[in-house]
Design a binder for this molecule. Structure first.
Ligand SMILES: Nc1ncnc2c1ncn2[C@@H]1O[C@H](COP(=O)(O)OP(=O)(O)OP(=O)(O)O)[C@@H](O)[C@H]1O
Length: 979
């Protein structure tokens, strides 16, 4: 039989505890003794009970039971309480629920036992409360009985049944149950008397009362820290203790068979059966479904049965042998109950005050945690930032070292030279690549090497130490008084700038030489120190070529073709100094060039009048560094101008046309008007033709020959972009003035529009246009428009063209009922420039198209005025389809008609989508720029598509132009009308 565990082993973990089960055997009463009943049970020890064997059952050993405690018939109730119940009962003062059950057959001593235990427990609790003044205790007494599955308040005489309510936190609570506060010990006796009087009982044959209901006496103890004790608040403790005196367990089986007794028995049996089921299930599988709700008893005692309570069950036995079977049932129940574990918790109830304190503590704790978290996070971010910066510094240092080692290697190759000896004068020191143009060598061949006293014009060194060093090793190269003097700063961060550029584009810097060539008109004469004007260039002066080179070599070629090697000091400091010298010289050149650009009176303004070209390969690197370099260089220049006013001497040129264009000047040069550039180009070209050599400064790509460069200039994207409007005029002119199918120009135009609209909302539209253009059969044919020079446009004709266009546009506005606001909008497009001609013609074409498409005779077909909408174009398409259908129906077979129709349908669909797209682009324009773009776009779309559709020539009207217009057969006709 189960039940080997001792009392100390009841706890399976910290809070889980098995039900304490004790057996109590009452003594035989007088009547039983009178009937010569014998006691059937022997208490072997304090935990084991054994059935006394009859002679027939002597060999049986099955009736031995072990429990937490076994109390024989000579044990007092006090002993039962002290040795088994007291500990559990007093848990209530610590805020732990507890329950004491009495289970057994009728007249086995349940009431007798529970009454005594209740008194002992309440007294002990009461004594405890009196002893512990640090807390304030409140004892509340309530009593109820469950009879016929009805809960009745035993403190209320003839009270109505009470309802059971389910509370999410407290579990099942009994509605309106009376609670009496125990203030004195004597109060308990009174209350117990009331309960005994109110409980449903019956008289036995021996004039004893037998309980027929389950009685539950509940003692609730609330304790809170005493206000006078000064103890730290920890909240209130609330716990309840149930003293459960069950009805006789045999009552159901012994119940009478009819009437009220049957109903009573079944109800009693119901609660007892439910209790047995719950205990049995709890003893086997605690996680399964436990039918607590099967009866009022199990609902009320839910916590006491496997819940939040410490529980003890005292099973009382009738010792008489005639009741052995009932006793065995009781022992079986006790055996199951012994396997049930409960999980008692301390029940703390937070008062508002305590709750506020607790929340404040929690808030402070969380704030502290948050502060720590933020501090740690910030610290972490800083550490990460420092780490990143360290890595960047390492990378930059590595790149700088690489560049520095490269520079040193190059310098150590012995091919760099520094020329010049004039103190205070400046030399452009400068890398010359191996690909130095032969012309340069020729020019340099006239340098100073043959005549040490005659310096190379414009070649200046400002590093006196280098000059001194050079004087000891190399033939002197002097600068005469006419040598231009460059003003620069000695404190500019040239080294760092160079290192930065090299790190950014080290490959380009090493493989492709960015240089500025300074060409000088070769005259062989003396240089004029006063100024450099274009007129003076033709006077013929001593040739000179300065080459700025950020690349492989630093050298100056003399007339004899030899390289003047200078600054042979290979020490790191010297090399660094050399680089700084280079940078200073470059900065001075930049300053000179910028100064010349800013002031037309400056002699250096001639730099504007020279052709230049930029190496394509240099372009990305220049673009990447130009802004940064501009800033640095301008700062250094400004510093030089402020700090060294005495050096602000106008440069003296020996009739030298020095055209210094540094990478840092391109932004400024790009802003030059195309017209000016064009004129300059022409003038320069003319000079090139006339003179044997020219002085020019330009960016040079050493991989390209000079003639190639000149061609490249016009076709390079940058130049093409700068002259876009001029080219566009030519393109549109060519398209509009001719009836040829120059669809390639449209394609190129769209490409250009796409390029320009990369950052605009219209990008998608232009992308679609590209698709449409290709779908329309455009091929990438010769770009005729590009070959057309703006000069081809007879400017003298422009005023007449303008007047004529204006006249017809106004006429068409009236015809097409163009709203005044749209007319005004269009006029806003005009900027008073030549490019307005394009928009005038585009508008005229649009209006003519609208007139042809939607205005027939006196009837205006369009629904939306002059606005071409997709709907209106669709209507026109349908009309054309009908007309075409009629025409082809007469001439072709059905199969041919079907083929024609399919082909036509595809064409029309493409055109319709084109018009939709153009219309959308036009209407989606939000600013003037886009309107202008759209106007040009529509003009382009309208023209060439028409010419691709010979089948439409016989149509009554065309979608794409005024070909069939009665008034304008073509643009030449329209123009001929103009005055
Ligand atoms: N341990 C005991 N010592 C002496 N007398 C006892 C003891 N236990 C019970 N009695 C007596 O036995 C009789 C029956 O006891 P009690 O009424 O407590 O039984 P019961 O189990 O409550 O019966 P019921 O279920 O019918 O109410 C009582 O007269 C009681 O005084």
């Amino acid at each position: 039989m189960a039940g080997e565990d001792s009392g100390d082993m009841r706890r399976s973990n910290a809070n889980e505890e098995r039900i304490f089960v004790a057996i109590r055997i009452r003594p035989l009463n007088k009547n039983e003794i009178a009937r010569q009943e014998l006691s059937a049970w022997n208490c072997i020890n304090g935990n084991t009970i054994r059935l006394k064997n009859s002679p027939a059952e002597r060999s049986s050993s099955t009736d031995t039971y072990t429990f937490d405690k076994v109390f024989g018939d000579d044990c007092s109730t006090q002993k039962v309480y002290e040795e088994g119940i007291k500990e559990i009962a007093l848990s209530i003062v610590s805020g732990i629920n507890s329950s004491i059950f009495a289970y057994g057959q009728t007249s086995s001593g349940k009431t007798y036992t529970m009454t005594g235990i209740t008194e002992y427990a309440v007294r002990d609790i009461y004594d405890y409360t009196k002893m512990h003044t640090e807390r304030d205790f409140v004892l509340k007494f309530s009593a109820m009985e469950i009879y016929n599955e009805a809960v009745r308040d035993l403190l209320v005489v003839d009270g109505a049944p009470l309802r059971l309510l389910d509370d999410p936190e407290k579990g099942t609570i009994i509605e309106k149950l009376t609670e009496e506060t125990l203030t004195e010990w004597s109060d308990l006796q009174k209350l117990l008397s009331i309960c005994a009087a109110e409980r449903t009982t019956e008289e036995t044959s021996m004039n004893e009362s037998s309980s027929r209901s389950h009685q539950i006496i509940r003692l609730t103890v609330e304790s809170s820290p005493s206000l006078y004790a000064g103890a730290e608040s920890s909240g209130s403790l609330v716990a309840s203790m149930n003293f459960v005196d069950l009805a006789g367990s045999e009552r159901a089986s012994q119940a009478l068979t009819a009437g009220a007794r049957l109903r009573e028995g079944s109800h009693i049996n119901r609660s007892l059966l439910a209790l047995g089921t719950v205990i049995r299930k709890l003893s086997k599988e605690r996680n399964g479904h436990i039918p607590y709700r099967e009866s009022k008893l199990t609902r009320i005692l839910h916590n006491s049965l496997g819940g939040n309570a410490r529980t003890a069950i005292i099973c009382t036995l009738n010792p008489a042998r005639s009741h052995v079977d009932q006793s065995r049932n009781t022992l079986l129940f006790a055996g199951c109950a012994k396997q049930v574990a409960t999980n008692a918790q301390v029940n703390v109830v937070m008062t508002d005050k305590v709750l506020v304190q607790q929340l404040q503590k929690e808030l402070a704790r969380m704030e502290n945690e948050f502060r720590n978290f933020v501090a740690n996070t910030v610290l972490l971010e800083r550490e990460l930032l420092i780490k990143q910066m360290d890595e960047e510094i390492k990378e930059l240092t590595r790149q700088r070292d690489i560049f520095q080692s490269r520079v040193e290697t190059l310098l150590q190759s012995g091919k760099h030279q520094f020329l010049g000896n004039d103190k205070g004068s400046n030399l452009i020191s400068l890398g010359v690549s191996n690909n130095l143009h032969p012309a340069h060598q020729d020019l340099n061949s006239g340098g100073s090497s043959e005549n040490p006293d005659r310096p190379i014009s414009g070649v200046v060194l400002n590093n006196e130490d280098h000059v001194r060093q050079r004087e000891n090793h190399e033939p002197k190269v002097h600068l005469d008084n006419n040598t231009p003097k460059f003003v620069g700063s000695d404190s500019d961060p040239g080294w760092d700038v160079i290192a930065g550029r090299a790190s950014a584009k080290s490959e380009d810097s090493c493989t492709e030489v960015h240089c500025i060539e300074i060409e000088e008109v070769k005259t062989g004469g003396q240089t004029d120190s006063s100024s450099i004007h274009s007129s003076e260039k033709r006077e013929g002066k001593s040739p000179m070529r300065l080459v700025l080179n950020g690349g492989a070599e630093s050298s100056i070629r003399r007339k004899d073709g030899k390289l003047n090697h200078v600054a042979e000091d290979d020490s790191p400091d010297a090399l660094k100094q050399n680089i700084q010298e280079h940078q200073r010289t470059i900065n001075r050149l930049v300053g000179l060039s910028e100064k010349s650009n800013r002031s037309s009176e400056s002699p250096l303004a001639i730099s504007r009048s020279v052709p230049f070209s930029r190496s394509q390969s240099c372009r990305p690197a220049l673009a990447a560094t130009s802004s940064q370099c501009n800033k640095v260089d301008r700062e250094s220049i400004s510093r030089a101008q402020v700090n060294e006013p005495e050096r602000k001497v106008p440069p003296q040129f020996d009739n030298l046309e020095l055209k210094t264009v540094s990478p840092f000047q391109f932004n400024e040069l790009d802003r030059k008007s195309d017209h000016t550039l064009e004129q300059e180009t022409d003038a320069s070209a003319a000079r090139v033709d006339k003179e044997s050599s020219t002085t020019s400064v330009r960016f040079k790509d050493h991989r390209l020959s000079e003639p190639k460069l000149r061609t490249k200039k016009r076709k390079s994207p940058g130049n093409h972009f700068r002259t876009r409007e001029l080219d566009t005029i030519s393109e549109v002119e060519s398209v509009m003035d001719s009836d040829t199918e120059d669809t390639a120009s449209v394609l190129n135009f769209v490409v250009e529009m796409k390029t320009r609209s990369k950052e605009t909302p219209l990008k998608k539209d232009f992308d679609n246009l590209m698709v449409m253009a290709k779908a329309s059969g455009f091929t990438d044919r010769t770009d005729r428009a590009k070959s057309i020079n703006f000069r081809e446009m007879p400017n003298s004709m422009l005023p007449y063209k303008f007047e004529g266009l204006q006249r017809y546009i106004i006429e068409l506005w009236h015809t097409c009922h163009v709203p005044l606001v749209d007319r005004s909008h269009f006029l806003l497009l005009l900027k008073g420039e030549l490019t307005d001609y394009v928009y005038l013609k585009a508008e005229l074409r649009r209006l003519s198209f609208v007139k042809d498409a939607f205005y027939s005779g006196n009837k205006f077909l369009g629904e939306e005025g002059w606005n071409i909408s997709p709907d209106s174009s669709l209507k026109a398409i349908n009309q054309e389809r009908k007309m075409l259908s009629k025409q082809v129906h007469k001439k072709f077979t059905s199969k041919e008609r079907e083929e024609l129709y399919q082909k036509w349908r595809i064409d029309v669909k493409t055109k319709h989508r084109s018009i939709q797209l153009a219309w959308r682009v036009w209407n989606n324009t939000e600013d003037l720029y886009h309107v202008r773009e759209s106007a040009m776009l529509v003009a382009k779309l309208v023209g060439p598509i028409q010419s691709d559709e010979p089948t439409k020539k016989t149509s009554r009207f065309s979608f794409f132009g005024p070909r069939n217009s009665t008034k304008f057969q073509n643009w030449k006709d329209a123009r001929s009308v103009a005055p």
